[in-house]
Write a protein that binds this ligand. Structure first.
Ligand code: HBI
Ligand code: FE
Length: 296
């Protein structure tokens, strides 16, 4: 199978991030090997079992409606028929992580970039960057949920506005918002805390850790707090933020971000594992297993 076109690695406060060519590519479905389909099947079956009582109901219903199965890597154009008919979203193939500005532009147009290649068998338990399984299994289903679909587009539009009106620092604040909601968000469900973040949904280890480990903090979602909180891309989260509903997320994007940027720009950012006085603490983590003294 041809390999992705890695462009370069960018060193950031979050860790070393690979960046790829930004063009849209058609899904090379015929070139997937039997091993690729087996990796998809194993990851899908494992997460399907684990998430039955770990994922939020909206994700389970949406994944059902999207109609993906473990039998083979789904075809983007088949999923797009259902997605487009339901919320107007379209999956597009890309080489991998995109620069923020390119990513925001796609979201603002209801296009979700999906990495066309899937991880190798030896990476089945962990891969530091988004591959096809992360994007398709983790992100695509909730684009079938009308409120979440609106949130994702509002986020993309907000990102473009931030870029043009407020510059790089505002971008960092917005990237944290995406990280602590779309990637690693938890939601209150009548049965208890449940997962909606794609970074957790596509990870066996973090699906368990996020809900069951005593180590991390679990704190009520607060937009400004999240936009100021740092994170690393190469370890489980030290803090998870919990929303009551996707409406809460969408409403948060309808605020006047100019005021928020004015409040946060130039202020010290908050370490990933910190708890602040005004936090609505749901669980105070015991920091078990965290490297000593390192507070990102
Ligand atoms: N690129 N392909 C891809 N997928 C993502 O999820 C993604 C990205 N680039 C940037 C990014 N996410 C985050 O930094 C967002 O907060 C912008
Ligand atoms: Fe992602």
């Amino acid at each position: 199978m041809n390999t992705p076109h890695r462009v370069e690695n960018i060193q950031t406060e979050r860790g070393s991030i690979p960046m790829y060519a930004t063009g849209v590519v058609s899904q090379p479905w015929e070139s997937y090997s039997a091993t690729d389909h087996q990796v998809w099947a194993e990851l899908f079956r494992r997460q399907q079992t684990l998430l039955a009582d770990h994922a939020c109901g909206e994700f389970l219903d949406s994944r059902e409606a999207l109609g993906m199965t473990p039998d083979a890597i789904p075809r983007f154009d088949e999923l797009n028929q259902r997605l487009d008919a339901t919320t107007g979203w379209t999956l597009i193939g890309v080489e991998g992580l995109l620069p923020e500005a390119v990513f925001f532009e796609h979201l603002a147009q209801r296009r979700f970039p999906v990495t066309w290649w899937i991880r190798r068998p030896e990476q089945i338990d962990y891969i530091a960057e988004p591959d096809l399984f992360h994007d398709l299994f983790g992100h695509a289903p909730l684009l079938m949920n009308p409120v979440f679909a609106d949130y994702m587009q509002a986020y993309g539009r907000g990102g473009l506005r931030a870029l043009h009106e407020f510059g790089e620092e505002a971008l960092l604040n917005l990237t944290r918002l995406y990280w602590y909601t779309v990637e690693f968000g938890l939601i209150r469900d009548p049965a208890g805390l449940r997962i909606y973040g794609a970074g957790i949904l596509s990870s066996k280890g973090e699906s368990v850790y996020a809900l069951e480990s005593p180590a991390p903090n679990r704190i009520g979602f607060d937009l400004q707090r999240v936009m100021c909180t740092r994170y690393r891309i190469d370890s489980f989260q030290k803090t998870y933020f919990v929303v009551d509903s996707f409406d809460e997320l969408f409403t948060a994007t309808q605020q006047n971000f100019a005021k928020i940027y004015a409040n946060v720009t130039g202020k010290d950012s908050t370490p990933a594992g910190a708890i602040l006085d005004r936090d609505q603490v749901i669980h105070r983590g015991n920091r078990e297993g965290w490297p000593e003294g390192v507070d990102v």
